[in-house]
Design a protein around this ligand. Structure first.
Ligand SMILES: *[C@@H]1O[C@H](CO)[C@@H](O)[C@H](O)[C@H]1NC(C)=O
Length: 311
């Protein structure tokens, strides 16, 4: 049996999404398409929002922050997968593995809390249109964003440290295309009971925003059903993005909870396909879902692109 501190000299093997060569080629091409679309889509959102003063509004600041997180989130896992496939290797160092795990957990949590902040923002815009600017002040907005980053990193640290202490005895094959917490725990020959408990706690912390989002939506829909909504511009704008927001949220939490809210023994390599959904597809879809259904965003994007072309 190897000691935990010796693990740092060992490389892990990333088995990929399916473990079969032909399907790996397919996922390589898929990720090769997804990655640039994710980067360009999210970058365009940030540029459009920063360059258009009409979009200097809490709702769009939060959206830009979501795009910012998504760029890093997809960069934690996809480039490594692409590089390994090109170099015909499957290895990742122990340090690289822990780094991937840390940023994956931190950014997924930050994403989750920003989604909740966006739901809260929509709810305030609809329920308290007259008090919106006082409730969603620049200070509150910054607090929500900074808070999301703090929670994300605070949630990632214990899992990474606890995993760093584990021993791995011989089998170093991680059943996924990146170092996810579950396949790593399954590989370890140490006692992982505490790690598993902490993981469920971590998924709980990750899922708190879902509760906030559901409450925000109940609050919003009760307005629609019970109260006559004053048709201000802010209200209409908030409604147009509610549907898009719900789409992203169901995709994101549905897949994450399907992956982690169950006993550890039921995991196999087949589940790696589920992780493709929230690790790569959701960050790619976010910019499209938000901008294609929002007239102001579309106008700003159009202006941005035509400005570049006419130069
Ligand atoms: C994130 O939100 C803050 C606070 O509203 C804002 O000042 C900042 O510009 C946003 N970041 C991006 C990348 O847009």
């Amino acid at each position: 049996m190897r000691e935990g501190n010796q693990s740092s000299t060992l490389d892990f093997i990333l088995l990929g999404v399916s473990g079969q060569q032909q399907q790996e080629d397919f996922f390589f091409i898929l990720f090769l398409l997804i990655y640039p679309i994710t980067l360009i889509g999210n970058l365009l959102i940030i540029l459009a929002i920063c360059s258009d003063v009409r979009l200097h509004h809490p709702m769009y600041f939060l959206l830009a922050n979501l795009s910012f997180v998504d760029i890093f989130f997809s960069s934690v896992t996809i480039p490594k997968m692409l590089a390994n496939h090109l170099l015909s290797t499957k290895t990742i160092s122990f340090g690289g593995c822990l780094t991937q795990m840390y940023f994956m957990i931190a950014l997924a949590n930050t994403d989750s809390y920003i989604l909740a902040a966006m739901a809260y923002d929509h709810a305030v815009a609809i329920r308290r249109p007259l008090h919106y600017t006082t409730i969603m002040s620049p200070r509150t907005c910054i607090l929500l964003v900074v808070g999301s980053w703090v929670v994300g990193n605070t949630n990632a640290l214990p899992h990474t440290l606890l995993t760093a202490r584990l021993s791995f005895c011989g089998n170093q094959e991680v059943a996924n295309f990146y170092c996810d917490i579950v396949p790593l725990l399954k590989l370890s020959c140490s006692d992982i009971h505490f790690n598993v408990k902490m993981m469920y706690l971590g998924v709980g912390v990750f899922s708190v925003p879902l509760l906030c989002i559901i409450i925000s939506y109940v609050w919003v829909f009760s307005t629609v059903l019970l109260v006559q909504v004053p048709s201000t511009k802010g209200v209409r704008k908030a409604f147009s993005t509610c549907g898009s927001h719900l789409t992203v949220v169901s995709l994101y939490y549905g897949t994450v909870m399907g992956m982690y809210f169950r006993p550890l023994t039921s995991y196999s390599l087949k589940d790696a396909v589920i992780t493709v959904m929230y690790m790569t597809v959701t960050p790619m879809l976010n910019p499209f879902i938000y901008s294609l259904r929002n007239r102001d965003m579309k106008a700003a994007l159009g202006k941005l692109v035509s400005k570049r072309i006419s130069r």
